[in-house]
Design a protein around this ligand. Structure first.
Ligand SMILES: NC(=O)C1=CN([C@@H]2O[C@H](COP(=O)(O)OP(=O)(O)OC[C@H]3O[C@@H](n4cnc5c(N)ncnc54)[C@H](O)[C@@H]3O)[C@@H](O)[C@H]2O)C=CC1
Ligand SMILES: O=C([O-])CC(=O)C(=O)O
Length: 328
């Protein structure tokens, strides 16, 4: 067996953590031949609950799990990490304005960015799931000047998976029949799920569904799915968010399937005229541990307006965290 890969997870005692850790330890993240060491970060009051989760991990007797370290100090927990899954974040509480939310999360992601910069392994890959995920990833990236910027991603794979499921249901197919779906923009209600390049069994998806369904059902359903889950379950998406976190990082490390792409929020390099530096969702392929933004797609007027709106929201978030001194 090879040397264990060190996987750091923050917010490990939370809802998503409770699904995610078991998937990582069972081999879903890095495959059946790669042992993992889990390095779990929590706030001090949650360490006892986390100890209980570690007892359960022990009780699974996972053959690939080489060890588990837990703690409340990012400088210790991130030591030597090859992968960091930043899940723990400050949720919006009643009466909290967006600016307050960004500030509260800045207090988490700024020091975590700095701790990754100082202690993570040279090949570190960072994926932010904790909301507001795109801007939290931007804050972490800005505070880790020695880590290449492209190693900081945010999660829009859950939105991608939700869009796949909705399109499959509408067209009477399965998710396996669909290729080239894209989420553009922010992991928020402004995100744009784009079917204009998608194919269902080789046929362009926009020819199989009408514009009215796209505008009044598909797009709002995908954009509002998180809220619908909260309404139904009384708690936010957890197993599906953990699953998407695994999907994103697994594909980044092990590669996307031949002939398809996935949606990843990555620092913009200016592709499609999108402001450089913001962390926004693009169609991406990956190979050899590196990803590339799919180039050359024709963007119609309908799509462009929606991409612009979501990118504008991300630029506003960047301005807000800039004015708080959280990013350059
Ligand atoms: N990007 C996406 O698609 C999705 C993102 N989310 C977000 O993921 C985040 C986590 O969700 P849940 O697990 O359901 O929340 P949760 O509240 O059950 O767990 C979060 C955990 O993070 C911990 N935490 C807080 N501050 C921390 C810090 N500084 N360091 C380490 N741990 C810290 C808390 O103690 C808590 O145990 C939330 O921000 C949620 O909005 C949820 C679903 C989808
Ligand atoms: O709104 C939330 O906290 C959960 C979320 O991001 C989602 O389900 O997409």
């Amino acid at each position: 067996m090879s040397t264990p890969v060190k996987v750091a997870v923050t917010g490990a005692a939370g809802q998503i953590g409770y699904s995610l850790l078991f998937r990582i330890a069972s081999g879903s993240l890095l495959g059946p031949d790669t042992p993992v060491q889990l390095r779990l970060l929590e706030i001090t009051p949650a360490l006892k609950a986390l100890e209980g989760v570690v007892m359960e991990l022990d009780d699974c007797a996972f053959p690939l799990l080489s060890g588990v370290e837990i703690g409340d100090d990012a400088n210790v927990v991130f030591d030597g990490a090859n992968i960091a899954l930043l899940v723990g974040a400050r949720p919006r509480s009643k009466g909290m304005e967006r600016g307050d939310l960004l500030e509260a999360n800045g207090a988490i992601f700024k020091p975590q960015g700095a701790a990754l910069n100082a202690h993570a392994a040279d090949d570190i890959k960072v994926l932010v799931t904790g909301n507001p995920a795109n801007t939290n990833a931007l804050i972490a990236k800005s505070n880790a000047p020695d880590i290449p910027a492209e190693r900081f991603n945010a999660l829009t794979r859950l939105d991608h998976n939700r869009a796949l499921a909705q399109l499959a249901a509408k067209t009477g197919t399965t998710v396996n029949d669909i290729r080239h779906l894209t989420i553009w923009g922010n992991h928020s209600a402004t995100q744009y799920p784009d079917v204009f390049h998608a194919e269902v069994n080789g046929q362009n998806a926009s020819e199989l569904v009408d514009q009215a369904w796209l505008e009044s059902t598909f797009i709002p359903t995908v954009q509002q799915r998180g809220a619908a889950i909260i309404e139904a379950r009384g708690a936010s998406s957890a197993a599906s968010a953990a699953n998407a976190t695994v999907d994103h990082m697994r594909d980044w490390v092990l590669g996307t399937p031949e002939g398809d792409w996935v949606s990843m929020s990555v620092p913009s390099d200016g592709s499609y005229g999108i402001a450089e530096g913001i962390i926004t969702s693009f169609p991406c392929t990956t190979s050899g541990g590196d990803y590339s933004i799919v180039q050359g797609l024709e963007i119609n007027e309908f799509s462009q307006a929606r991409i612009d709106a979501s990118v504008a929201e991300l630029q506003e978030e960047r301005e807000a965290v800039r004015s708080l001194g959280l990013v350059d």
